[in-house]
Design a protein around this ligand. Structure first.
Ligand code: AMP
Length: 284
């Protein structure tokens, strides 16, 4: 029987009990409105331990003013069904007022890695992410936690936080799960109109084009970016936020791309902000 836990102290007691019993706790943090990308993390998590916990929490502190916190899709009933099917034992779904009670004032901040890419366009976003993930780690007390490479910079930032703060949790990065036509799965895809949904394919097409050019010997970041920009420019509904070619570990800019170089994209389509990425020398 899958359990839904709302209380922070109840979640902590349950986790403590399992730890004392010598069980391995695996954790998949999410904001809900689950899709097969989330389910792939859960299925892998199921294999890796005894107690599989997934959190569903739309974290207010990682949304900026004017972003989609209020509009973010929520459907706990459907999420519970999907999580159960993926082998989750416990859904932890706390209230925002229990995570951030009145007078809350402690924040976790990773410096350099949060400056470029999404950190530049969403000030304060990663501070919200690292803070809530740190809090969730202290509540769920997992041995292993899984994150998707769909949010590549987020994974890098969480790995850095875990290393810098001596967090004894194995951080596992998981491949991007895509729709059959290439669109990376995202809860935010639900915002797209049919025309916008078609236009959104320029993200995966741009990544495929960059990989093709790289495989054919192109070693100038500027030319890769231009090629991706041309793919995106063919879709009038799509406004580019960034097209960046960066080191896959440090996220620093690289002029001469190699196998571990990351192509990272962020665009707006109407009111919807979408991101995607690919490492040039590797499949998803
Ligand atoms: P979210 O609910 O968007 O915060 O995502 C929760 C976790 O699922 C994060 O670790 C994401 O990177 C991961 N995730 C979201 N979409 C995908 C996807 N298409 N493929 C793989 N992982 C994903």
């Amino acid at each position: 029987m899958m359990k839904i836990v709302e209380s922070v102290t109840e979640m902590q007691s349950l986790a403590a009990e399992f730890r004392v019993g010598g069980k391995t706790i695996v954790f998949v943090p999410t904001m809900g409105y689950l899709h097969d990308g989330h389910a792939s993390l859960m299925r892998e998590g199921r294999r890796r331990g005894d107690l599989l916990v997934a959190s569903i929490f739309v974290n207010p502190s990682q949304f900026g003013a004017g972003e989609d916190f209020d509009a973010y899709p929520r459907d706990l009933e459907r999420d519970a069904r999907m999580a159960r099917e993926a082998g989750v034992d416990v859904i932890f779904a706390p209230r925002a007022s229990d995570i951030y009670p009145a007078g809350y004032q402690t924040w976790v901040d990773v410096d350099q890695l949060t400056l470029p890419l999404c950190g530049a366009s969403r000030p304060g976003h990663f501070r919200g992410v690292t803070t809530v993930v740190c809090k969730l780690f202290n509540i769920v007390m997992p041995h292993v936690a899984l994150f998707g490479k769909k949010d590549y910079q987020q994974l890098a930032v969480i790995r850095k936080m875990a290393a810098d703060l001596n967090v004894a949790i194995d951080i596992v990065g998981m491949p991007i799960i895509r729709e059959t036509d290439g669109l990376a799965m995202s809860s935010r895809n639900a915002y797209l109109s049919p025309d916008e949904r078609r236009a959104a394919l320029c993200l995966s097409r741009g990544i495929a084009e960059a990989r093709r050019l790289f495989a054919a010997g192109e070693r100038e970041s500027g030319r890769l970016k231009d090629a991706v920009a041309a793919v995106i420019a063919a879709e009038p509904l799509v406004v580019t936020e960034y097209i960046e070619v960066r080191d896959g570990d440090t996220l620093e800019e690289v002029a001469v791309p190699g196998g571990n170089t990351l192509l990272a994209l962020a665009v707006r389509i109407g009111k919807t902000r979408l991101i995607d990425n690919g490492v040039l020398g590797e499949p998803d």
